[in-house]
Design a protein around this ligand. Structure first.
Ligand code: PMP
Length: 428
């Protein structure tokens, strides 16, 4: 693991300066950890470039799930028996691993959810319903995934509040002057994505948070596309909420994390009622558990949380800085390849990008591109990527999107370029 270490006689450099990118031979070794990367189609391994939709899982995660169901399965926080103690310890240990991975100050600030979507809905339905009233405003951006648009729209409809949208420029970067103008005394929350799934833009979230905090406005970050690619430290960012999904981080589906500062979570009402989130229940009155259990009603995805814990161990052992650096090089390589092909338009050319190559072709609809890529054994996604407003912003109904992970290689991108040429052969 390559983590920056300052010594007494050597000043701390920025970790990025000190960190080496993963090497191609390391990546080759890491690829062996992922069985799905070796699935054959027509005798050839698939080229998997749909990581923004979901990532593949390393053996360590798959085997941890297997071990849990074989020898540790029981409900958590309830049974006074051996297996329940083992399951509870593993579940709570996973919470601590996530805490460390995201730089979360307190263990009780780690709430397990079903994923990013549920995390955002939780904040909208608890913090939002309690604090947002008629004519209040919520700021989002024009590049949000639907899961960071619709929950706020629903809340605004219910409360008579207004959604304000930070525009995106032609490169796919947020127009920060406009954002600063939108912030005002009626703003109750800013909810923006850390990294855009449709464009790959890494947003200047520290600046966005500082501007909001200067006006006393809390900030939620949608971290779904950041946590698989970048080192994330919520304490350093000083965000108030952060939501992410395990399945994009090489962990299982059905589990995710909502971080919230305890000062907010403590003042929020519960999201769902049920078992595990109460201290006592009578027909007259129910009292609720403390954090994080107040927000974890019902039997949680125990195996999923444990699998996520394993995934973050795996990522930490590689080093998120090394992953970020390697993926940056890979993204540049892919950008150059695609830009050199006539008739290809890259959508999203921000200075800071993480692992997404969204593009259109003059001659073919993105769905045709996806189809021909599939025939070539290259898995990409074609569509609006659950971000219809940003498609409208760029005047396209859809894009073809290749999205990277640290296990992708330059050869994968060469295969992408071959598939693009195939599309041209068919449609030009
Ligand atoms: N936000 C972004 C930026 C995403 O890319 C996604 C998943 N595509 C989500 C939110 C929703 O994540 P999930 O479906 O795991 O809840």
């Amino acid at each position: 693991m390559a983590i920056s270490t300052a010594t007494a006689d050597r000043p701390a450099q920025s970790a990025a300066e000190e960190t080496e990118a993963l090497t191609p031979s390391e990546v080759e070794r890491l690829r062996l950890d992922f069985p799905a990367l070796h699935v054959k189609r027509n005798g050839k391994s698939l080229v998997y470039l749909d990581n923004a939709a979901t990532s593949q899982k390393p053996k360590a995660v798959i085997e941890r799930l297997d071990q849990y169901y074989r020898s540790e399965n029981a409900n958590v926080h309830r049974g006074m028996h051996y297996l329940s103690e083992v399951a509870t310890a593993a579940y709570e240990d996973a919470r601590k691993k996530v805490q460390r991975f995201l730089g979360i100050p307190l263990t009780c600030e780690v709430v397990f959810t079903r994923g990013t979507t549920e995390g955002i809905n939780l904040v909208a339905q608890t913090y939002g319903r309690k604090n947002v009233g008629p004519d209040d405003e919520i700021i989002i951006s024009a590049m949000e995934h639907h899961s960071n648009i619709v929950p706020w729209q629903m809340l605004c409809d219910e409360k008579g509040a207004k959604l304000r949208v930070v525009p995106v420029d032609d490169r796919g970067e947020l127009v920060l002057d406009e954002y600063a103008r939108l912030l005002n005394g009626r703003t109750k929350l800013v909810a923006v994505t850390h990294v855009s799934n449709a464009l790959g833009t890494v947003n200047p979230v520290k600046e966005i948070i500082a501007l909001a905090h200067a006006q006393g406005v809390p900030v939620l970050l949608d971290g779904a596309q950041a946590t698989p690619h970048l080192p994330v430290n919520v304490q350093a960012l000083d965000c108030d909420f952060y939501a992410c999904s395990a399945h994009k981080m090489f962990g299982p589906t059905g589990i995710g994390v909502l971080y919230g500062k305890a000062e907010f979570l403590n003042r929020m009402p519960p999201y769902q009622g049920g078992g595990d989130m109460i201290l006592s229940v009578t027909f007259e009155k129910t009292t609720y558990s403390g954090l994080p259990y107040k927000f974890e009603a019902g039997t949680p995805d125990i195996a999923g949380a444990i699998g996520l814990g394993e995934a973050v161990d795996y990522l930490e052992a590689i080093g998120m800085r090394r992953i970020a650096k390697y993926e940056h090089e890979l993204t540049q390589y892919g950008t150059e390849l695609l830009s050199s092909i006539d008739g290809v338009r890259i959508i999203g050319t921000a200075k800071e990008k993480a692992g997404v190559l969204s593009f259109t072709m003059e001659s073919a609809h993105p769905h045709d591109i996806g189809q021909i890529f599939n025939d070539c054994g290259v898995a990409i996604r074609a569509g609006h990527h659950c971000a219809q407003p940003v498609m409208q912003r760029f005047g396209v109904p859809a894009t073809a999107r290749a999205s990277l992970a640290f296990y992708n290689t330059k050869e994968d991108l060469d295969a992408l370029a071959v598939a693009v040429h195939k599309v041209k052969e068919v449609f030009d």
